[in-house]
Design a protein around this ligand. Structure first.
Ligand SMILES: Cc1cc2nc3c(=O)[nH]c(=O)nc-3n(C[C@H](O)[C@H](O)[C@H](O)COP(=O)(O)OP(=O)(O)OC[C@H]3O[C@@H](n4cnc5c(N)ncnc54)[C@H](O)[C@@H]3O)c2cc1C
Length: 446
């Protein structure tokens, strides 16, 4: 029996690639694997990464995790161990409008076992009449517990799903939740995926609905410690290493990069869908299988970061709902310097203002809620392809695509079509791809 290590290339060190590389290299001694990670950027994390600029470190976009993100949270716990409370802030669900919003809505999960905590949250919610609360509770019971017809749901949008809900619940509960979870406005978002997210968050344990806000930057939260462990376990991590092409050849996989051409036994391609066409340009049959991905539409997310000496109290309200003009959510945290970093999120942001105008409008919006001094620093980050549009059509198409071809496995947030493009779908996809490679190795080695 040949016991030479099996070489696996992981292309891309976003959360999916990092999860795949770590899972594989952790099982390395059992199955004899050697992992090589190729990441084009200098900083790992992909669409959830640290940006370094103006002597500051900030995220490319504010991210929120949910308690229902079982796989990402398990990986974060495994990487940070007893220090985990230093890297994430996990607290009960609280959807609260910023002061000054036209409607003052506040939904706070109660301190009871699931699902009573949500029943209490709805019944004690501020901003809805008693009759409106009853309609929301009845809708939840019917949609989440009842049989949501899967055949209708393949084309249904969230707007259609919530059609009969009270206007205030649509405007201040379901539509903001939809755009936050799916990064797609309710008129275009997949009802089926939305219901799946609600079920995972609200029908599980009380912890599933909790909000998890990173306390460290996104690269430090998972990608960097994951890659450090991969390297410690003997893997090879290459940053600033752009892969030009991936091609199946004689039962192996040829990777061409700045380091030349190398052959691997398996490859896990953990890039965004938009990169597949170029990577496989030398393998027309693979391009043909995935060609419907290449016309996918995407949703941008813009994040307006500001730094203030004071004026917002991040300890009381780390996350507040805004009125959508222009931002939908405000996240605030205190920096080691004592200053406050406020990040205004504009999801599914298809506006054309200049950076200067957006930063000005974001500040005007914050000043409708808080008495703020002039910011010491401000920065706009726009990710044009933050996520694929989670429409019924696109998520249905993803269900039809294979996640492996021969020795090439795909990972990435687009590989788990029952969920929207999130950190959790990226980590699940990475773990699945690693598990699939490991199983094939175990079989081939008897
Ligand atoms: C602003 C913003 C806010 C978001 N908010 C949330 C949120 O609150 N909650 C949530 O769960 N999700 C959120 N998301 C979505 C989440 O960030 C993504 O779903 C997730 O990060 C995707 O990870 P991935 O590993 O699948 O892909 P990516 O992060 O895109 O990783 C792909 C990696 O491949 C690398 N790569 C590409 N081509 C090559 C090549 N040729 N050679 C080598 N490397 C290559 C890229 O550099 C990248 O690092 C947000 C996204 C954005 C942009």
């Amino acid at each position: 029996m040949n016991n030479a290590p099996i070489r696996v290339a992981v292309v891309g060190a976003g959360w999916a690639g990092c999860a795949a590389a770590l899972t594989l290299q952790r099982s390395g001694s059992r199955v004899g694997v050697h992992v090589t990670v190729f990441e084009a950027a200098k900083i790992a994390g992909g669409r959830a990464r640290r940006v370094e600029k103006d002597d500051r470190a900030f995220d490319n976009g504010q991210h929120l995790l949910l308690g229902a993100y079982e796989r990402s949270l398990a990986m974060i716990h495994s990487l940070h161990g007893v220090r985990v409370a230093k890297v994430i802030d996990q607290r009960s669900l609280a959807l609260i409008s910023a002061p000054g919003n036209a409607a003052q809505v506040a939904v706070r999960a109660g301190n009871l076992p699931a699902p009573l905590h949500l029943l209490v949250a709805m019944l004690t919610a501020k901003g809805l009449s008693f009759a409106e609360k009853l309609r929301v509770c009845a809708w939840c019971a019917k949609t989440l517990y009842g049989k949501f017809d899967e055949s209708d749901s393949t084309t249904m949008t969230v707007a259609e799903l919530i059609r009969d809900q009270p206007s205030v619940a649509k405007l201040w509960l379901w539509e903001p939740l939809c755009v936050a979870a799916l990064n797609t406005p309710a008129e275009r978002a997949s009802a089926r995926v939305f219901v799946e997210v609600l079920r995972r968050a609200f029908l599980g344990s009380k912890q599933a609905s909790e909000m998890v806000i990173p306390r460290v930057d996104l690269s430090a939260l998972l990608p960097e410690p994951a890659l450090a462990e991969v390297a410690r376990l003997g893997g090879d991590v290459r940053s600033g290493a752009v892969v030009n092409t991936v091609a199946p050849i004689d039962g192996r996989v040829k990777i061409s990069s700045r380091d030349g051409e190398e052959c691997f036994d398996y490859a896990i391609v953990a890039t965004g869908p938009q990169h597949i066409e170029r990577l496989f340009s030398k393998s027309p049959f693979i391009v043909d299988i995935y060609k419907r991905l290449f016309v996918f539409s995407y949703e941008p997310i813009s994040t307006l970061h500001y730094e203030f000496i004071g004026g917002v109290d991040p300890e009381s309200y780390p996350m507040l709902m805004l009125d959508g003009e222009p931002g939908q959510w405000l996240f605030a945290h205190r920096l080691a310097s004592g200053r406050v970093r406020a990040s205004v999120v504009i999801s599914a942001h298809h506006r054309n203002e200049s950076a200067e105008d957006l930063l000005r409008d974001g500040l005007v919006q914050l000043r409708r809620s808080f008495a703020l001094p002039n910011p010491i620093w401000r920065q706009l980050v726009t990710e044009k392809r933050a996520t694929y549009s989670c429409t019924p059509q696109q998520s249905a198409l993803l269900r039809t695509l294979p996640t492996s071809i021969g020795n090439i496995h795909f990972a990435g947030d687009w590989c788990v079509p029952e969920l929207p493009a999130t950190l959790e779908s990226a980590v699940i996809a990475g773990e699945h791809a690693a598990g699939a490679v490991t199983r094939r190795l175990m079989c081939s080695r008897g």
